[in-house]
Every structure is written in C-alpha cells, then in structure tokens.
Design a protein around this ligand. Sequence first.
Ligand code: 13P
Length: 252
Amino acid sequence: MRTRMVAGNWKMNKTFEEADDLLFGIVDGLQSLKLEGMEVILCPPFPYMEMATDVAAEHPVRIGAQNVSQFSTGAYTGEISAEMLRSMDVDFVIIGHSERRKYFGETDEVLSAKVNQALLQDLSPIFCCGEQLEEREAGRHREVVQAQLEKGLFHLSDEDMKEVVIAYEPVWAIGTGVNASAAQAQEMHAMIRELVQERYGQALAQDMTILYGGSCNPANAAELFAQPDVDGGLIGGASLKADDFISIVRSL
Ligand code: 13P
C-alpha cells in the first residue's frame, strides 16, 4: 500500500517560541482531520527536535530532520549523526535537497553516503531530486533527475529501497511562487516511478511514495495531489503557517 504524505520542511526559520507556536498550531489544526492512510511529517531545525518529538509522542505527526551526517560517529565538529536522530525518535530525514546541493556542496557521493547512514539507523530518507531551470529549458530535466536517482539511491538493496520516500522538487519551483503544473509534476513522477520499477520491480515501485515540492500551497495542492503518481507534498514556505499547512494536509 502506498502511503500518502505531507511533510513540512521548515528550513532555517523560526525562533524557539515561534516554533513552539507553529508546532501546537499544527497539531491543534490536525485534530479535526481524518488522517487514515496518510502521514504528516514535520521537519523543524535541529535545536527544536526534542520539542517536536515530545509533541509527536502525543499527536498524529512524525518528525523528520533536514540533514544528517554522512559519517557515523566521532570527530566531525558540528555534525549530527543518524544514530543521534534515531535516539531522539526522529523517523525521517531529508537528503539531497537542492539547497544542500547548492550552498553546502553536497555531491551525489556524499548524498549516497548520507542515505546509507540514515538506513543503518532505520531512518527513512526523503530523497530529493529535481532539475534547474536551465536544465529544463534545455530539455534535460529527465536525464538530470535520472542521474540523481541512479547516483544517490539506486545502489540500495530492495529491502532498503522500501524505506525510501522520493521527493521531486524542480529547483525553479522552490520558493519562487511558480509551481510545476499538475501535468509537469505527473510526467516527472510517472518517470521516476518507471525508473524505480525498472530497477526494483513493479510491486516496490507501486508502493513507493513520491512527493512533489516547489511552491505547493493551499491553492494548488489539491490539483497536484490529484495526479495519479503524486502521493503528497514536501512543503517549504506554506509549512510555516499552521493554517496553510493544515489546508494542504486537507487537500491530500
Ligand atoms: P517552497 O514550498 O517554499 O517552494 O519550498 C519547497 C521545498 O524546498 C521543500 O523542501
């Protein structure tokens, strides 16, 4: 069974008090919703993890990290290991976000090591892929995404791949207010599912959750989520306001 999901990536936003307000605003808003067959995931900044996992213990949300080290433990100043996240009841981790690729120089090799670390600790990677504007304009979007998946994920065993969530996030749609159209999203999600099927077989591909991310908001979420291969969203800006985020969850 494919699980439908909405995940909020808070990125580097909110003070402690603001994060507390947002967290409780979201779980209050979720109370009136039926969440059968779906997961709501919140990915706050690291300092707010404990607050978030405490709330998640009492409410129907699960917690994801926005990053994880490619190393397991030891002298890596400033890094956070998968083992630390697991020990705090974090269940997911975003890996391969375009902002990490762009600003922190994360290469496909680093990302594949991060995926391995996450899986060793039973964290589900939310693996992001997506092309830049120039790549789409040059008609290269399919091959770019294919290469990202092959280098970051397709070394995994079937057993590990079952734990992975893929997020298609075209870079030109992130934070721009210009979302991929429902047809563009569907085309890329279907392609991603096809690639997973070629490598891992039909059953695994059909069960795989593939999220769309990039200027997803309360006004466009329902149309995007109605596409047969779009199983939910990875939400940035609109996850920072409880009402907007709840409205997106309601669209699923
Ligand atoms: P926006 O929803 O702000 O475009 O960000 C999407 C994103 O990057 C989620 O990871």
